[in-house]
Structure formats: C-alpha cells, structure tokens
Design a binder for this molecule. Sequence first.
Ligand code: NAP
Length: 328
Amino acid sequence: MQYYHEEDVDMHILDGKRIAVLGYGSQGRAQALCFRDSGLNVVVGVRRNGASWEKVKEDGLKVCEFADAVKDADIVMMLLPDEIQPKVYYDFVEKNMKKGAALEFAHGFAITYGTIVPRDDIDVIMMAPKGPGNGVRKMFLEGYGVPALVSVHQDVSGHARDIVFALAKAIGATHPGAFEQSFKNEAFTDLFGEQAVLCGGLTELIRMGFDTLVEGGYPPEMAYIETLHETKLITDMINKGGFSMMWEEVSNTAEFGGLTRGPRILNEQSREAMRQILREIEDGTFKNEWTADWDDDLAKLKSMEEAQKKLRIETVGKEVRSLFQKRD
Ligand SMILES: NC(=O)c1ccc[n+]([C@@H]2O[C@H](COP(=O)([O-])OP(=O)(O)OC[C@H]3O[C@@H](n4cnc5c(N)ncnc54)[C@H](OP(=O)(O)O)[C@@H]3O)[C@@H](O)[C@H]2O)c1
C-alpha cells in the first residue's frame, strides 16, 4: 500500500470552502475541532433538541440545524451513527446539497451496502480515521495524528481525490500516513476487525478468562486485574513493537506458557468462526441483521447493552478502577 505524508498533500484546495460536519459525537466533535484548528471554515449541523447543540456552542463553533448546515456547504461530512445517516440524508441532505459539492463519510458502510444512494451530481468521498474520535483529537493536539484511509466513490468536480487527502491532512492523518482503498475494502475490513478481534473477540476473551478464575474460587478483584487491567500494558507493548517486543518484555515463564497455551484457547474452530464472520460481512448477512434492528428501534442492541452492564466483570471493574485512581 502506498502511504501519503505531509509533503504529498496540499490543503489549499480547501481554501474558502465551507465544511458542514453533521453530528457532534465521537468523530464529529474530534474532526470539527481539528478542522477549526487547521484554519478551515466549519459549521456543525445537529438537531436543535439534542444534547450536542449546547456542546457545539460551548466549544465555540457555529451550530445550526441539518438543512441550514448543508445549504451553503462545499463539503458535507456524515459523522452521524450509521443507522441514523440514511434518515438524515434523505430528509435534509439530498435536497439541500449544492451541485458539485462533496458528500463525505468516515466509514464505507452506507455506500457499500446501499443504505444511502447519493445523487449523481455530487462528489462522494470517504476519510476514515483509523482510531476513535478521542484518539483523533488527542493525537492532533500532540502535533501528530492517527492514520486515515481515504477513498473516492464518485468524482463530479474533478477534485474529489485532492479534497479527501486535504481533509485527512487537516486532522493530522498525513503525519503517520493516509492511504487509499475502496469503500468496500474499508467497510469489510473495519467490520471484521471490530467484530472478530478488537471489540467482539477481545471482550469475550477477557470475560471468559475472568469467569474461569472466579468459578475457580479466586477473588473477582484479582481476576479483574489479571484478565482485564493488564491488557492495556500488554497491548501497548504489542502496538509499539509487535509480538516480539511483548515476548521479550514478559518473563520466560509467561512466554513459554503463552506460546504453548494460547493456541489451545484460539484454535482451528476459532479460525473457522472468523472465516464465517468475514463471509457474513461480505455476503450481506451481517448488514441484514443489523439493519433489521434499525427497523426495530435498536431493540436487540439495547437489550445486549443492558446485559453487558450487569456482567460481574463490569461491576467489579468499577470498584477496582476507582481504587486504582491516582491520588494527588
Ligand atoms: N466512533 C468511532 O470511533 C468511529 C471510528 C471511525 C469511523 N466512525 C464512523 O464515523 C461515523 C460517526 O460515528 P460516531 O461513533 O462518531 O457517531 P456518534 O458519536 O454515535 O454520533 C453522535 C451524534 O449523532 C447525533 N445523533 C444521534 N442520534 C440521532 C438522531 N436520531 N437524529 C439526529 N442526530 C442524532 C447526536 O446528536 P444528539 O446529541 O442530538 O443526540 C450526536 O451529535 C460513523 O459512520 C462511524 O462508523 C466512527
């Protein structure tokens, strides 16, 4: 893959352009603040009765309702939850966007699965930061950035590619590097990563480890420390220097035990489950299941969220984290 860095990207293409950031949550807030700090003309579109309205004002940015934000915008950024985007697009964006303006996404979901089919007289681009919003903002404030995947789905203006790279530079992504991939590749790999490894796989692994120790008669606080608390220390090492740095840093006993026992926990059965998860992303099974929940007011998601809150590891975790808080 080719990476583009600071010297490869010119931000002047954004001079005089008005950017409407729709949504002021994880990505919306982080990106809007980075754009402002990069000297760009930003307006934030949110609903008037929602919690974000006041937050935008407190942060000193211009706030307006979706339709007003979109009307004069040259770039409209869909930084709303994926399940909310189609309604906001069809109610407010589609009829108000200027011809030749750019519609931007931070995830390939809507275009790949067709939950939004954009007008054919606008650019359609994606700038997907590879990190959560608070990470985007934190790294930017440190003078760096998180990497971003960029893509052009539709280029009507003839400048779509320059615009999307410039947006990546404006959040600091060209410090580590911005790279180009299709909407589909972003959607499929992002969904797979979060389902099988980062969010789904990791939490299940931790939870099973915790439950096993508690079932074995060990204090839940100890189980929490051994299975959850220490994951940060280990993943920080893996992030910094790969598996080899981590194996060097832990004891030989941990290395021998980990290398002999790890493959017994995650084995051929797990590998086949991962392949099945990828197939379900690619063939639309996951998309159908998730969008069916959109139509049911997210009933399944809400009930799973409630069940998660009641997990023993969650209640014990709260106590341990408050004990571990730094005391000045
Ligand atoms: N979160 C991440 O780490 C991350 C990383 C990479 C890409 N992405 C992508 O970035 C996009 C935005 O995700 P996000 O996680 O940043 O979203 P989010 O934090 O959940 O978005 C919250 C915003 O959406 C608004 N909103 C929620 N429900 C609404 C409704 N029914 N009507 C109107 N506005 C509503 C909220 O306004 P109110 O205050 O009015 O409720 C708030 O401003 C998605 O495409 C996501 O896949 C996210």
